[in-house]
Design a protein around this ligand. Structure first.
Ligand code: NAP
Length: 260
């Protein structure tokens, strides 16, 4: 459903279900992350949009959020780096007094068949996609336990469930995110914290648009719904997890049926 903040016909509690909440979206400047940031802001959350290198993209998302009457700020941090990820969380707490929602979305691919995969391809993907969620979550978990509230949402991938040709590094990282999600959900369930993963299928972003057209056509042919997903369809599931208090340790598949 499209949300218009000042539409009197839309119920205020539905529109502003995240009012008063503070959300961090890692990699919130582009693709899926930017749609998640928009969705959080449209529902009333104040959003910290983390980016690594592309400040202009982050500023564009903030502009769009402001146009809708929402609030967001940008924060540069390479979340694969422990200290920078901690600085992202600690600066948010200094500024807003808390973090309610952490969305671990930042991710990269370095696809190569295993025979050609270099150590650097392995380490970059594991550091950015998996170690990053340890970095951000370790910074946020004690404050969330103290405030007895938290929503941690990890953007994994169906590749972490099904595997992917040329993606041993990526699928290892994404499967690791699912294991992390379930274990942390168990440990924090009594502290008002939910921890969930979202597993998108093939979603129309720069990451997928970069795939050669011929390969992309073959991928789409394998999707029962015969189309790529949209970033808004993923953001919708994230908003659901951010607003629900009884779903934890789950992996929500948004994949057009490509993995069941
Ligand atoms: P994208 O369009 O390439 O955007 C990636 C975002 O992550 C950008 O905002 C980028 O910021 C940020 N980022 C990358 N490395 C970072 C780092 N070290 N520290 C902080 N931010 C960093 O990617 P996407 O397609 O939206 O994917 C988003 C997430 O969904 C990823 O985790 C991806 O694995 C997952 N996913 C995507 C698909 C898909 O089909 N697209 C499917 C399943 C899962 P800068 O531009 O500043 O570097």
């Amino acid at each position: 459903m499209a949300i218009i903040l000042n539409d009197p016909l839309q119920k205020q509690d539905e529109v502003l279900s995240l009012k008063g909440k503070v959300a961090i979206v890692t990699g919130g400047s582009r693709g899926i992350g930017s749609s998640i940031a928009m969705e959080m802001a449209k529902h009333g959350a104040e959003v910290v949009i983390n980016y690594n290198s592309n400040k202009q993209a982050a500023d564009e998302v903030i502009f769009e959020i402001n146009q809708l009457g929402g609030k967001a700020v940008a924060f540069q941090a390479d979340v694969s780096n422990h200290d920078e990820a901690h600085s992202l969380v600690n600066s948010t707490i200094e500024h807003y007094g808390k973090v309610d929602i952490l969305i671990n979305n930042a991710g990269i691919t370095r696809d190569r068949t295993f025979k050609k995969l270099g150590t650097e391809d392995w380490n970059e993907v594991i550091n950015t996609n998996l170690n990053s969620i340890y970095h951000t979550t370790s910074a946020v978990i004690n404050p969330m336990i103290e405030q007895k509230f938290g929503r941690i949402i990890n953007i994994s991938s169906f590749i972490g469930q099904a595997g992917g040709f040329g993606q041993t590094n990526y699928s290892a990282a994404k499967a690791g995110m699912i294991g992390f999600t379930k274990s942390l959900a168990l440990e924090t369930a009594r502290n008002g914290i939910t921890v969930n993963a979202v597993c998108p299928g093939y979603i129309s972003t720069e990451m997928v648009e970069a795939i050669p057209d011929k390969v992309k056509e073959q991928l789409i042919a394998k999707i029962p719904m015969n189309r790529l997903g949209t970033t808004d369809e993923v953001a919708d599931a994230v908003r659901f997890l951010a607003t629900n208090g009884y779903v934890t340790g789950q992996c929500i598949n948004i994949n057009g049926g490509v993995y069941m």
